[in-house]
Design a protein. Structure first.
Length: 556
């Protein structure tokens, strides 16, 4: 903690999933645009030590940082909105806090004291907040969940105390709440917000700023009403209306004066915001001159958050190519079963992507998609599991090893072209034991990967237990598989591609965790660029217009 760091604590009210993370991230964009040094931290009240062991159904994607933390997906928003690499200390959970306190207790650090929630747990929380704020002007700290959750109480108590530890002039409380539109009455309702603030005040926190998530515009009267009930001045009540692209949120809030208000209230010295590039990016995103269709073939098509960073990165690739993109989510199991809609989606695609994954469900469908992309020369980007199945597909259908497999799904195959990494064997513990975080990948010249990155070595983030089996390397290479990226320390194959194909690249790492809206990841940029070539030079019909869309979901 530096003496001058200011703190913004963001809490949520009424319900979760109203985009509190995006508001926190947008605040970051507004501060960064004023030349301030910003960091963002998420405090998650759940008891899991990290998000690594959580099911996508409950928690969406697991985001991975350079230093190998498996974190909440909000960290992805933060990195994308402030364009900084964050790490382990940027995501704290109840599990981590209690883990640290129990360790101290066992060591005898508490010198005979009875260890309690206040002050020991709250001190530990405050310590982790101070820890991330070194060398920053502003630390934005988002508390997960909503006010009123039992497990959130120690966190709220800690941020309440924080104000008195560092001085009230250095702390701002921002409360993000829902102002629902009640269709039957044709009205927006402020009552849930009143209740949520009441709850917050009962804990001892008076919000300085309220940000209302709404479907409709908030009238002056409504703002007045919220202000009256909550003691928050009218100029500190903001509306964050639903928008077409989440990247619009910073500008919407800036327009209402949020950035200046924060700077003023925290006594910061900051220049005028430079949001020009960001604005232009959003403009391009909203009115693209042409659009390509990309299919993402995965396991969780109904879940918006399951492939969040992938979807964002495809958007970044489109921004870099000055075009728009329609993303079709295809359920790999439906492809496996030969469902018409799923097949129509493939045949309508200018590019196909198979993302990361685990386990057996839908893998034959993924293989089908990969075979389709390879044989029909449709651009393909395979990520992690999508790389491993690309190797299996090649082994089966080009080399004719019909039982080729990954030992993750078939441990007894006679062609284990993907197998468990040495250090994973016998590993019983699930949490935090994969090959995680950034590792070096050396690229081979005159390959598509090289022409995307234009450098010899790159750092990319990983999350896997299985790897390309080097035992089959020569045979696969002789048959035309190009190994274009490799880890120099361990000779792990990191990227494979195909020679006689316009663009077929599959990587063991996760490029989606390093892509940013203003700096698309090179592989996503080139992948979308190759899809654009296809859309301009080939007649790919949009068969999706004709089929029922129950089994594929499309978002533009
Ligand atoms: N299940 C595969 C592995 O563990 C791929 C992991 C992933 O796609 N993130 O190696």
């Amino acid at each position: 903690m530096s003496e001058n760091t200011r703190y913004i604590f963001v809490t949520g009210g009424v319900v979760s999933s109203i985009g509190k993370g995006i508001v926190a991230a947008s605040l970051g964009t507004l501060m960064k645009a004023r030349g301030l040094r910003v960091t963002i931290q998420k405090l998650d009240p759940y008891i899991n030590v990290d998000a690594g062991t959580m099911n996508p159904y409950q928690h969406g994607e697991v985001y991975v940082t350079d230093d190998g933390a498996e974190t909440d997906l909000d960290l992805g928003h933060y990195e994308r909105y402030i364009d900084e690499n964050l790490g382990k200390s940027n995501n704290i959970t109840t599990g981590k806090v209690y883990g640290a306190v129990i360790e101290k207790e066992r060591r005898g650090d508490y010198l005979g004291d009875t260890v309690r929630v206040i002050p020991h747990i709250t001190d530990q929380i405050k310590e982790s907040v101070r820890k991330v704020s070194d060398d920053t002007d502003i630390a934005i700290v988002e508390v997960g969940g909503t006010v009123g959750d039992i497990e959130g109480l120690p966190f709220l108590e800690a941020i309440r105390q924080f104000k008195y530890d560092v001085g009230p002039e250095r702390v701002l409380y921002v409360h993000v709440t829902l102002v629902p539109h009640i269709g039957a009455a044709g009205e927006l309702k402020t009552k849930p917000t009143q209740h949520s603030v009441k709850e917050l005040r009962a804990i001892g926190i008076q919000p300085d700023v309220i940000i209302c998530r709404t479907e409709k515009n908030l009238s002056d009267d409504m703002i007045g009403k919220i202000s009256l009930y909550t003691d928050v001045p009218k100029d500190s009540v903001f509306a964050s209306r639903d928008v077409q692209s989440i990247y619009e949120v910073p500008m919407r809030l800036e327009k209402q004066g949020l950035g200046d208000l924060v700077v003023r209230r925290l006594g910061l010295e900051a220049g005028a915001p430079d949001l020009e590039t960001w604005k232009n990016m959003v403009k391009k995103l909203k009115k693209p001159p042409e659009t390509v269709r990309i299919s993402v073939v995965g396991k969780y098509i109904e879940l918006k958050d399951a492939y969040l960073s992938i979807v964002e990165s495809i958007q970044h690739g489109a921004i870099a190519n000055d075009i728009g993109v329609e993303i079709i989510r295809v359920d790999a199991s439906h492809l496996e079963e030969g469902l018409e809609e799923a097949e129509a989606a493939l045949r309508s695609s200018h590019g196909i992507l198979v993302p990361g994954g685990f386990g057996a469900r839908g893998i034959e469908g993924k293989i089908k998609a990969i075979q389709y992309a390879r044989e029909n020369k449709i651009p393909y980007l395979g990520i992690c599991y999508g790389m491993q199945w690309a190797v299996v597909e090649f082994a089966r259908n080009v080399l004719g090893w019909s039982d080729a497999h990954s030992t993750e799904v078939d441990p007894d195959t006679s062609h284990p072209v993907v197998f468990e990494m040495k250090e994973q064997k016998g590993q019983k513990q699930l949490g935090g034991t994969m090959r995680l975080g950034a590792y070096t990948c050396r690229l081979r010249k005159k390959t598509k990967s090289w022409s995307a990155y234009q450098v010899q070595e790159v750092q990319e983030r990983h999350r896997h237990r299985f790897e390309f089996n080097n035992k089959f390397r020569t045979e696969l290479e002789d048959a035309g598989l190009v190994i274009s990226g490799e880890n120099p320390e361990r000779y792990l194959v990191e990227v494979v591609e195909l020679k006689d194909h316009p663009w077929f690249v599959a990587c063991q790492f996760h490029p989606e965790f390093r892509s940013r809206p203003l700096r698309a990841h090179p592989l996503f940029r080139e992948f979308v660029g190759a899809a654009l070539q296809v859309s301009r030079t080939q007649q790919i019909p949009n068969l999706l217009e004709k089929v029922v869309r129950d089994h594929v979901s499309v978002e533009a």
